[in-house]
Design a protein around this ligand. Sequence first.
Ligand code: KIV
Ligand code: ZN
Length: 511
Amino acid sequence: MSSHIQIFDTTLRDGEQTPGVSFSFDERLKIAMTLEEWGVDVIEAGFPASSEGSFASVQAISQHLKHSTVTGLARCLTSDIDAVYEATKDAVSPSIHVFIATSPIHLSSKLNMTEEQVLDAIDKHVRYAKARFDVVQFSPEDATRTPLPFLVQSVQTAVNAGATVINIPDTVGYTYPSEYGKIFKTLLDKVQSTEPITYSAHCHDDLGLAVANSMAAIENGATRIEGTVNGIGERAGNTALEEVALGLYVRQDHYQIQTNIKLNRTKYTSDLVARYAGIRVPRNKAIVGKNAFSHESGIHQDGFLKNPETYEIMTPQLVGIHSTELPLGKLSGKHAFQEKLTQLGYSIEADEQKVLFKAFKDIADKKKHITDKDIHALIQGTTHEKQSTYHLVSLQLQFVSNGLQSAVVVLEDKEGHIYQDSSIGTGSILAIYNAIDRILDCQPELIDYRIDAVTEGRDAQAEVHVSLQLDHQRVTGVGFDHDILYASCKAYVEAASQFVSQQQNEEGALS
Ligand code: KIV
Ligand code: ZN
């Protein structure tokens, strides 16, 4: 076994494929910077050929990061490889991730290609990529459902064409640890190369085995693990990187392997991704869940008080959980607020701080203790409102216990124009959303609507997420407020505004 494992994070690519998750440009940049601080070796920043937005953020991430390798995904298409080249060329260490499916079902039902055609495509595109990148990673998609002889042939073809990183995706989360381990062992035995090859594991969690499979890969020669923060990703998600990092650390006696992960930045990184993704970490989630370090039963509490090691294999401090959070309150001044922003890792311009301080005071009037989570929500909320084409000025509701509800909504655009309209609905939310549709002149379908409380307690702020769909396009919005209906209104305005600005951009491009 190697003594070092590289951590490859794909939160911004595979993680963003989570249904309902769509990071903004600023959020992607902030996540990438946080991943670099966490100690991630390789950041898959996106799939540049898939959209202008992905291209722009991979480019910005490449320009900002100082240490981590930045990579982008490419199909076996020269145009995809060109897009990754253009997007990552300013990175301190650019690389590319080329993939094509190799399993029989993907060949016959998706690609409509023969095995020979797939081998030709691998050879041609890995060579094309190698002419532009020092490091080319190749992935045979659905590797775990690919007959082993053809998998070996595909990997050998990629290696002959210049790939020096081979990633083995368990695309549909189908394999189990001993089977996955055997694939690595076979490849290490059979594939010939003059260059050292890095073998990488990429697992999905459909059977809840992603982390176990990744650990089995390590035991069988993998020296790179791919995954996402909090395990977010398509369907049941990807390997949760924080679990791999802590597993390797806590069981050093067995694995004897180091990563570059700064373990005490784990909770911060997990919280940031959870906030931006709008996906709460389950309470019982290993390492970063709220209950991961709490002891409920009397026997456990008694043992823990006598010696924490009776029931705790790692301390909360190890992963950066501190119980010393000092809440702010109504009487906290500008200075204490500034200190808190710095402590939470924000560097915010003076003008912007004034706006935030005012918003903070508004919350403090309604809520006794303002916690770190409230501050994060405040900043996220104001950032979203600033970026949105329209923002909510006021909302007026009339509620009747038996009948139709009515809402009057007032919005303002970036030029300061005011728009207002009213509508009715069978419930308050429906009345509000109908009024916004009238103002923005669009009628998207509401795909998802979720309310969370930012903190515990009766006076908690509400965090509302909505997903809307119009003409097969999906957008998301988030709204924070003390009042659920106001937060719901903000979330819808942010989401629906994106359709309007897209339409305006298209009209601008045509004229
Ligand atoms: O799961 C998968 O197969 C992937 C590939 C693109 C590597 O994410
Ligand atoms: Zn994947």
